[in-house]
Every structure is written in C-alpha cells, then in structure tokens.
Design a protein around this ligand. Structure first.
Ligand code: MYA
Ligand code: JJ1
Length: 388
C-alpha cells in the first residue's frame, strides 16, 4: 500500500488500536557522526540545491514553481498562490536553517523542478517540549510526478534535520498517510458571495436568490468591540502571555516565546494580520485574533484570476466572547477586501463556525508527527497548532 511510508518511523495503520505501544519517540536518536554525511542520490539529470529565499531571484523561482505546481482542490479549480513575501516570512523564523530549504534543479538548464522545506519549532506534546522540524511546501513539478521523487526529498530533508540533532517533525497534508494524529475539516465564511459564486467556489443555496445571499453574509463596516485595534510591537509581551496560557489546554501545540510571537503574530502587510482588544478602562490586552493571507489562483476563469483568502490563525479570548472577537476578525478581513475567510475546526473554532455562518468545505487537512507516537487519535479541538 505505502511502499515508502511503511519504512518510516511513523504510526502505522496496523498499530492504531494497539494500546500497549507507548507514547513518545518511535526510534531513539543516533550520534550525529552516524548520520549519513552525503545527500541521497537523485536521478542523474537532477541536482540538489539549497535555496536562499533572501535572494530575490531564488525567491522568484520558488514562487513560480509553487504558483504553477503546488496544492489544488479536488476539482482543480483553484491552486494555492503563496506570495514571495509570505514565503520569506514562512521560511525565516527565529533560528531557521538555510540548509533546510531544499530545491532540485535540472543539471543542464538549472530549472527548479522540486522543493521541500523545514523550519525549527518547539512543540509541546502533552507535558513534553519536543524540538521539531515543521515540514512544508513539498512540491514536484507536474511533469515529474509519480517518479518516486517525493520519498527521496523527504529522506533528504530528514537527513538535514538529523544533522542539527532534531529527530521529530510535524506536517500536514490533504491526503491520508500513515497515520494522522487528527483529521480536520476546512470551513469557509463568504465575504464576497457574488464573486465566490461567479468563480465556482460556492453555489447559490437551495431556495436562495443572489440578493438574499448578499444580505445573509453582510457585515458591519467596522469592528464592534471597544478597544479592538491592530497589534503593535509593544503588545508582544501581553500577546505571548495570552497565547502561552491558552495553548496549554491542547494536547499538541507550539511552545511560543516572545521572539516567536514577534515573528509569527505581529502584523506584516499582505502576509499576517493581528488585532488585539485593549481594554478602554485599564489598557490591558484581554484578547487577540489573527489571520494570514493565502490567495489562490482561479484556474481558467475568463474574468477573475485570484481569490483573496484569509486563514484563521491563533485567536485567544479571555474577556470578549470568542464569537464577537471572530466576527470582528471577519469585519476586518472584509474591510481589507478578502473574498473568503477560512478556518479549520481546531482549538475552540467549533464554537463560532456555525454561529458566524461558515459552511463546511470539501477539503480535509490531516496532521502528522514524524517519529513520535500518540496513543490515540486526537479530536481536532485537542489540537493547538496551525501550519501555514
Ligand atoms: S503537504 C503538500 C504537498 N504538496 C502538494 O500536494 C503539491 C502538489 N503535489 C505534488 O507536488 C506531488 O504530488 C507531491 C508527491 C510532491 C506531493 N506528504 O514522488 P512520488 C507519498 C507526504 O511518486 P508525486 C506538505 O508539503 C505517497 O504516499 N508524502 O509522488 C507536507 C507515496 O508514498 P507511499 C506524500 O505525486 C509534506 C510517495 O509520496 C505526499 O510525484 C510532508 C509517492 O511519491 C505528501 N503530501 O509527489 C512530507 N504526497 O508509496 C513528509 C504523496 O509510501 C515530511 N506522498 O504511499 C516527513 C518529516 C520529514 C522530516 C523528519 C525530521 C526528523
Ligand atoms: O477551498 C476548498 N474548497 C472550496 C472550493 C471547492 C471547489 C470545488 N472543489 C469549497 N467551497 C465551498 C464553500 C462554501 C461557502 C459557503 C458555505 C458553504 C461552503 O469547499 C478546499 C477546502 O475546503 N481546499 C482545498 O481542497 C485545497 C487543498 C486542501 C488541502 C491542503 C493541503 C495543504 C498542505 C500544507 O502543508
């Protein structure tokens, strides 16, 4: 069934119900000196390269590879279109390793035809803090699919992660592999229903007219919570405290410090948006919400080429009701001209999705750990992690 994944230290389907297996690393670390020192072999026409995303040229090559060959929905109507600024942000967190940004080029032409990345992260699993790699942006050019290039790329990123003495990883995929720690559902909140229907992202509901649909999804012109404002650098300590305390309730969640919050949460134009609620009385930060910008290309449409989507990221409400906070996030996203607001059913998201008129999408997102076994599959609400 899974000729590659069966050979890897990941939970196997056959062990899913075996409660006698214990929780934690599947394989022990080995001395770094015993890690393979040379890259894995690629088919002869290709070579490994380390991609420097700070170089505008390299960043443009990666952007072009992904914008033409990365993830599509099941009917190939939309394709993720991560911006260059987003890729630089996603791949340059505190402590990143440039050797984990791996490309494959055609030797003769130097054309970039495949890519995979890792970034370092501290992850808490129950009460343990585990150093991990987050692996993302695995992409093989459409013309080179099904040639077993992906397993070689995964082994090569694994080797480079091991060289930094890191032995676990977290990753997500739209496909089912051995074996998910949880399987999440995408939900979508229409902000611009006319365009979403025009491009085939959504349909007019039964017994619905366009004007009833526009009215259904209408939002106020500005956020309603007093003290709701854009997050600033001076909010990093307070947001870090709120987020750390909030994430403790989940079985798997990142262990963010102030440097991580400054990188991952502080607003960055057209990449990540974050808002805090500052109490008008005592100026305390009591709540925050955030979303990242990930447009999709609309494939083969005569008039529209880009769908502007916001993705719910980390949200913490201690005073404002979460439903109201997330309604203000929708209002802020609408004001910024997003067409749709997407969210997974992770963390406490279930408590606002239906109330705020999100509907379930046709996509699932499966979460995985590499070389770390969990006894039980988690409910999405037990997961405190959003990957980009
Ligand atoms: S998820 C996003 C993945 N990218 C896309 O979906 C973009 C469009 N698709 C493509 O570019 C290709 O179809 C890809 C596969 C590159 C996905 N994750 O080379 P192949 C297995 C893991 O012949 P291709 C993301 O970025 C498949 O089951 N494995 O196939 C997170 C089969 O193995 P097996 C996958 O279609 C990535 C084998 O590959 C995925 O030409 C996390 C077939 O290889 C997938 N998404 O290329 C990676 N799709 O026979 C794992 C297929 O066993 C990281 N496969 O079933 C693990 C941790 C590593 C670090 C560890 C550190 C300690
Ligand atoms: O965006 C997605 N689906 C959309 C579009 C479907 C188009 C036809 N296939 C969708 N739309 C319905 C919205 C509707 C709005 C009003 C209320 C009811 C709902 O369902 C899906 C997610 O649902 N996206 C994808 O399939 C993209 C791939 C997802 C897997 C991502 C893997 C990423 C790996 C990263 O590491």
């Amino acid at each position: 069934r899974h000729k590659f994944w069966e050979t890897q230290p990941v939970g196997q389907f056959k062990d899913l119900r075996d409660a006698s297996l214990s929780e934690g690393p599947i394989e022990p670390p080995t001395p770094i000196s015993e890690v393979k020192q040379e890259p894995y072999n690629l088919p002869n026409l290709y070579e490994w390269v380390t991609c420097d995303l700070s170089s505008a040229d390299t960043c443009a090559e990666v952007y072009n590879l992904l914008s033409n060959n990365y993830v599509e929905d099941d009917e190939n109507m939309f394709r993720f279109n991560y911006s260059k600024e987003f890729l630089q942000w996603a791949l340059h967190p505190p402590g990143y390793y440039k050797t984990w940004h791996i490309g494959v080029r055609v030797k003769s032409s130097k054309k970039l035809v495949a890519f995979i990345t890792g970034i370092p992260a501290r992850m808490r699993v129950r009460s343990e803090i585990v150093s991990m790699a987050e692996v993302n942006f695995l992409c093989v050019h459409k013309k080179l699919r099904s040639k077993r290039l992906a397993p070689v790329m995964i082994k090569e990123v694994t080797r480079r992660v091991h060289l930094e003495n890191i032995w676990q990883a977290a990753y997500t995929a739209g496909v089912v592999l051995p074996t998910p720690i949880t399987s999440c559902q995408y939900w979508h909140r229409s902000l611009n229903p006319k365009k979403l229907i025009d491009v085939g992202f959504s349909r007019l509901g039964p017994r619905m007219t366009m004007s009833r649909t526009l009215k259904l999804y209408k939002l106020p012109d500005s956020p309603v919570t007093p003290g709701f404002r854009k997050m600033e650098l001076r909010d990093v300590p307070a947001v870090t405290r709120l987020l750390r305390a909030y994430l403790l309730q989940f079985v798997v969640a990142p262990d963010f410090d102030e440097l991580d919050v400054e990188h991952w949460i502080l607003p960055k134009e057209e990449v990540v948006d974050s808002y805090v609620v500052e109490s008008p009385e005592d100026h305390e930060i009591t709540d925050f919400c955030s979303f990242y910008t990930l447009p999709s290309s609309i494939l083969g449409h005569p008039t529209h080429s880009i769908l502007k989507a916001a993705y719910s990221y980390y949200n913490v409400a201690t005073k404002t009701p979460l439903v109201q906070l997330m309604n203000d996030a929708l209002i802020a996203a609408k004001q910024k001209d997003f067409d749709v607001f997407n969210a997974l059913d992770v963390m406490h998201n279930e408590t606002f999705l239906k109330e705020l008129k999100y509907g379930p999408g046709d996509g699932k997102l499966h979460y995985y750990l590499y070389n770390y076994r969990l006894k039980q599959i988690l409910r999405p609400s037990e997961l405190g992690l959003v990957l980009l």
